[in-house]
Write a protein that binds this ligand. Structure first.
Ligand code: GLN
Length: 305
């Protein structure tokens, strides 16, 4: 495994020049375009690392998996999916047109921005601080990493420039999808997207999903088998945004990407995968990350299809 990972990273690094680091959040533009790293966490407790796996990056949309878990734990799946749909979209992750004209004008799915903002509004807590702390605590638990924290510069940058997310959120307030104070909901959303992780942290989240909701390193259950199955299914259909179909054909691993360059993969009964590479394709997915996962999937026959 180690030799294969080293070779995959070596072979895929060249792809980084084909993409661009996200710049619509100004602070993300400082990312290293050439970086590529990976961590694989197997369910029998082995961990493998290659490339720039030590680099910290902001979790961005991979947090949508975490907030969905917390919201379902707080409200039950039936209520959550009465507010947010389960359907994929051919529109970009921050599309406005996604919101109107579909089933009851609810966001299409929890893996795009509108859906995730609605999901964050459902999380229990008496204040935005308490809501955020509950999500952060869950994140620390599911990664087994007590040192996880927010990148304050990215948070400020995102909050200062997040007008499209504001537009989505105010629209959802007008249709009754979001209740309460919109700016408070957005503040929690921006903070959660700005949480800093490494490949190892997201590989561990993937390992919990791969293990049907149980943390493999201590056998503690964090979500039910059913919720784990639902989330992996939505990751297949929606996790790579409007690139999900092609990704399913080429890779076939339930995955979630973020514009910080991370991709989380969950291979049921086998492993969690965390990949990082901030150079992105037109859909906002890590360009080298896609190649790494494609090579890994082929090498170990990981496609679920
Ligand atoms: N924080 C980012 C945003 O709201 C997340 C988007 C992403 O990772 N695709 O735009």
């Amino acid at each position: 495994m180690q030799r294969i990972l080293d070779n995959i990273i070596k072979d895929t690094r060249k792809w980084t020049i084909e993409g661009q680091v996200a710049s619509y959040i100004p602070e993300l533009a400082k990312g290293d375009r050439d970086a590529v790293g990976i961590c694989v966490t197997t369910l029998d407790g082995e961990e493998f690392f290659a490339g720039d796996y030590k680099t910290k990056f902001t979790i961005q949309s991979i947090s949508k998996v975490i907030t969905l878990m917390v919201a379902i734990c707080d409200n039950g799946k039936d209520y959550v999916f009465s507010k947010v749909g389960m359907e994929p979209t051919e529109q970009p992750f921050n599309s406005i047109t996604n919101l109107e004209g579909h089933d009851r004008n609810i966001p299409l799915n929890p893996m795009i921005n509108s859906g995730a903002i609605a999901i964050v509004s459902l999380i229990n807590g008496n204040s935005p601080e308490e809501k955020f702390e509950r999500i952060l605590r869950f994140m620390k638990k599911i990664t087994g990493n007590d040192t996880i924290s927010v990148n304050e510069e990215v948070y400020k940058s995102e909050k200062a420039t997040g007008d499209r997310n504001r537009a989505l959120a105010y629209f959802m307030k007008s249709t009754g999808v979001i209740e309460g104070d919109v700016e408070e909901v957005l503040d929690v959303y921006f903070r959660v997207c700005s949480i800093e992780v490494t490949c190892r942290d997201i590989a561990r989240i993937g390992a919990v999903l791969a293990n049907a909701g149980v943390m493999p390193w201590n056998d503690e259950r964090v979500i039910s088998r059913e919720v784990s199955r639902i989330i992996k299914t939505i990751m297949v259909t929606c996790g790579m945004y409007d690139g999900s179909g092609k990704y399913a054909v080429h890779v076939g691993i339930p995955s979630k990407s973020g514009v910080g360059g991370g991709i989380l993969g969950a291979v049921t009964r086998r492993m969690g995968i965390g990949v990082f590479g901030p150079s992105l394709d037109d859909h906002g997915n890590s360009i080298a990350g896609l190649k790494v996962l494609e090579a890994l999937s082929k090498e170990f026959d990981l496609s679920i299809f």
